[in-house]
Design a protein around this ligand. Structure first.
Ligand SMILES: [Zn+2]
Length: 60
């Protein structure tokens, strides 16, 4: 399983099908070669990301 390093989402895909070195996250717009393959780390990233998102709405 692969996860976005910025928001922890599973919703990532290759930018170009012929270029497997670059990933794009459909949730936060992250583009890069680095991805997370550990679901525990992805969970923590997701929590931190949602916490930051919540600040904008004043729910944090
Ligand atoms: Zn993301």
């Amino acid at each position: 399983m692969r996860f976005c390093p910025r928001c922890g989402s599973k919703n990532i895909d290759w930018v170009l099908p012929q270029d497997w070195s670059k990933w794009e996250c459909k949730v936060c717009g992250y583009i890069g070669a680095f991805i997370i393959e550990d679901s525990k780390i992805a969970d923590e990233i997701k929590r931190e990301y949602l916490k930051k998102q919540g600040k904008d709405k004043g729910q944090g």
